[in-house]
Ligand binder design. Sequence first.
Ligand code: ZN
Length: 90
Amino acid sequence: MRIIEVAAMLSKCANPLCSMPFQYLRDGKVFQVELDESGQLCSAGASPRKPSRTERFWLCGPCSVRFTLAFDRGKGIEVRPLRAVSSSAA
Ligand SMILES: [Zn+2]
């Protein structure tokens, strides 16, 4: 368990260009990512393995309407503009 790291991730907006302090459930959107022991994403129904850790990220109100979070195995969490998401994922 890495409660301290999770808390640190939630201390501010996940957008590196934004410094909005965390206001849980008051505004914005929380993203939860479940990873298995090898650090790979556990998508719902796709893996029977139990996630070994859960990481949470928060986007503040203004950021959550313009951006979303995407998980990349190599890079971790990435902030992406919402309008670009619908094009090819590969
Ligand atoms: Zn923000």
